[in-house]
Design a protein around this ligand. Sequence first.
Ligand SMILES: Cc1cc2nc3c(=O)[nH]c(=O)nc-3n(C[C@H](O)[C@H](O)[C@H](O)COP(=O)(O)OP(=O)(O)OC[C@H]3O[C@@H](n4cnc5c(N)ncnc54)[C@H](O)[C@@H]3O)c2cc1C
Length: 399
Amino acid sequence: MLIQNTPQFEDIKQQIAQFIEQEVYPIEQALLQKTFYQIEPLLNDLRDKVRKMGLFTPHISPTFGGAGLTLVELAQVGEILGTTPYGHYLFNCQAPDAGNMELLAHHASKELTDRYLLPLVKGQIRSCFSMTEPEFAGSNPTQMGTTAVQDGNEYVINGHKWFTSSADGAAFAIVMAMTDPEAPVYQRASMFIVPTDTPGFELVRNIPVMGEAGEGYVSHAEIRYNNCRIPLGNIVGKKGSGFTLAQERLGPGRIHHCMRWIGICQRAFDLMCRRAATRQLADGVMLGHKQTIQNWIAECHADIQAARLMVLNTAYNMEQKGAKAVRNDISAIKFFVANVLQSVLDKAIQTHGALGLTDDLVLAFWYRHERAARIYDGPDEVHKVALARSILHQYGLAF
Ligand SMILES: Cc1cc2nc3c(=O)[nH]c(=O)nc-3n(C[C@H](O)[C@H](O)[C@H](O)COP(=O)(O)OP(=O)(O)OC[C@H]3O[C@@H](n4cnc5c(N)ncnc54)[C@H](O)[C@@H]3O)c2cc1C
C-alpha cells in the first residue's frame, strides 16, 4: 500500500501539526495538572479555534456537519492528535463520542439524528456508551443483566453498568439491553438512547482507576438504570440488532484507538531519544552512548513503524473492502499496537529514571491511563483467540 495524500490533505496535516505544537504543547502541563471541569473553558476556547479552521469532527461526513476525512487520512491525523492527551477532544473525535457519532450517522432515525447526533457533531454535548456490567464477563457481552421491556409507548430500562467512560456530564448514554432473552443469542439485545436526565438514571460514582477517579470527560462511571422510561423511538437501529451494531461500532473504533496509540508512542519515543542524547552519565558519556538504550531506541523505532504501517494498511483495506473483510487485521492491530504502546511507554519512562515517574512529563499520565488499552474494546487474549481461530479455520480446523 502506498499512501498518496492529496495536496489539500497535506496542507490540513501541516495545519493540525502546527496547531498542536503551537497551541497545545505549551499548555499541556497546565492542562494535566488540573481537573477536567477546571480546564473545560480553556478547552472550549481551543475547540472554537479548531472550528474556525474547518477541521472540527473530522471523522464524520459533511452531510452531518463533520469535516469528512477518509479513514486513511484520519489515521494520519489521529497520530498527530494522539501526541497530546487532549488532542482528539479538541478536534471532537474522541472516544466514546466518535464511535457513537458513527453509529448514529448510520442507524439513527431522523428524529434521533436531529436531537442527538447533530449537537454531538457540533460539540455542544457529550455522550457515553454503556455496555459492560460488573456482574458479567465483558469479554462475552452476550451475557447481560440489563433489560429493556416495552410498556405502552415506552421502554423501561433496568440494569447495572460500569466503566461507562465519560458518563459524568454526558447528555445521553447509548445503552445495550436485553430485549428478547429467548431469541437466538446474537439477536437478544438492542441499543437505546437514554438521556442522562431521565428519572432513574443514577451515576453511582466515577470509579477510581490507577489512583484517579477523574471527572467529566476523563472518568469511567458506575451507573444504575432504575426503571428508566424512554420513548419507543429511542431505539437505535432495529430491535434485536444490538450485537451487530456493537461489532460495527467497535471495528472503526479500534482503528481510531490504534491511531491515537501510535501518536502516544511517537511522542514517548521523541522524549526518550531527547533524554538519551542529553543526559550525561559521566564526562563525555551520555545515556545514549550505552548499548542498552541504543537497543531500546532501535526496537521502539521498528515496533512503532510496524504498528503504523499495519494500522494504515488496515484503514486502507477497510475503505476499499469494508469492515468485514478486515476483521482479522483489526484483531491483529488491536493487541499488537496496544502492546507496542505499553512497551514504548515503559522504556521511555525507564530512560528518564525518576523523572519518568513524575507528572512533570506526560509519560506517567499515559502509563496510568493507557494500561487499559490491553483490556477495553476486547482484551488481548480475546483478539488473539479470534485471529488464531480464523486462521486455523482456513486450514480446515473446526471449532
Ligand atoms: C479504561 C476502560 C474504559 C472502558 N470504557 C468502556 C465504555 O465506555 N463502555 C463499556 O461498555 N465498557 C467499557 N470498558 C469495559 C471493557 O470493554 C471491558 O473491561 C472488557 O470488555 C473486558 O471485560 P471485563 O472487564 O468484564 O473482563 P472479563 O471478561 O472478566 O475478562 C477478564 C480477563 O480474562 C481474560 N479473558 C477473557 N476472555 C478470554 C478468552 N476467551 N480467552 C482467554 N482469556 C480470556 C482476559 O485476560 C481478560 O482481561 C472499559 C474498560 C476500561 C478498562
